[in-house]
Design a protein around this ligand. Structure first.
Ligand code: ZN
Length: 226
């Protein structure tokens, strides 16, 4: 017969060992999850430091990947001057976090690019009137002129910029992530932030779509060809 005191002691030891085993396993799994995130393994990027954050001439990662983007404004209800700020903010969202930007040509016509990305700004999408944005491949992206978005702690200035930057996230292979209103890949909020997984994956996709000259550290000012 087992002594109840000994039984209690034995149970305590087993529980403690179990807890320690669980702790070890969780530490091991955390290590296994975190380690592959090392961006250094991909391309020796420049980490975002306080110094770099203060100096807007320094991208957080190099090389900066520049992707051609044609913005079609023929159907938009907004003026070209309103688009200057909208387009600048799209590039700010991507360049300041991921070292990716878009060489933008704003046009009044519908001819898509052969290489690069096309976005149409429209007052409302006829087929999807409740939608803010629509992505169906690199040359079929629609964004509403004034998307209706929920609040975020760190909001973008313009809902059109935020929605266009979100659709460009899909271009760069990102999926929706609904765990915070501050996320760029969250549905229908003003959030614009990316996490390290998204930055890594977006940079891998951007490297395949970027212009061959990787020496510039910025994209140029959007050009209005009309
Ligand atoms: Zn989306």
């Amino acid at each position: 017969m087992i002594n109840p005191q000994f039984d209690k002691l034995l149970c305590g030891v087993i529980k403690r060992l179990g807890a320690e085993l669980l702790f070890c396993l969780s530490m091991l799994s955390a290590f296994l999850i975190i380690e592959p995130l090392s961006l250094n393994a991909i391309e020796s990027p420049k980490a975002l430091t306080d110094e770099a954050a203060l100096d807007i001439s320094k991208p957080p990662y190099v090389p900066v990947y520049r992707i051609p983007l044609r913005v079609h404004l023929g159907k938009s209800s907004l003026s070209p001057s309103q688009f200057k700020e909208i387009l600048a903010e799209i590039n700010h969202i991507w360049w300041s976090q991921a070292g990716i930007c878009f060489e933008i040509e704003a046009v009044n016509r519908d001819e898509p690019l052969k290489k690069g990305v096309d976005i149409w700004f429209v007052p409302v999408m006829k087929e999807y009137p409740a939608s803010n944005g629509y992505y169906n491949g690199d040359h079929e992206i629609y964004v509403r002129d004034a998307p209706i978005l929920g609040s975020a702690s760190h909001p973008a200035h313009s809902s059109a910029s935020r929605t266009a930057a979100h659709e460009l996230g899909h271009v760069l292979g990102l999926h929706h992530r609904q765990d915070s209103d501050d996320n760029l890949m969250r549905s229908k909020t003003f959030g614009w932030l990316l996490n390290v997984y998204e930055i890594r994956n977006a940079r891998k996709a951007a490297a395949q779509k970027a212009l061959p000259d990787k020496s510039p550290r910025h994209c140029g000012t959007p050009q209005f060809a009309f």
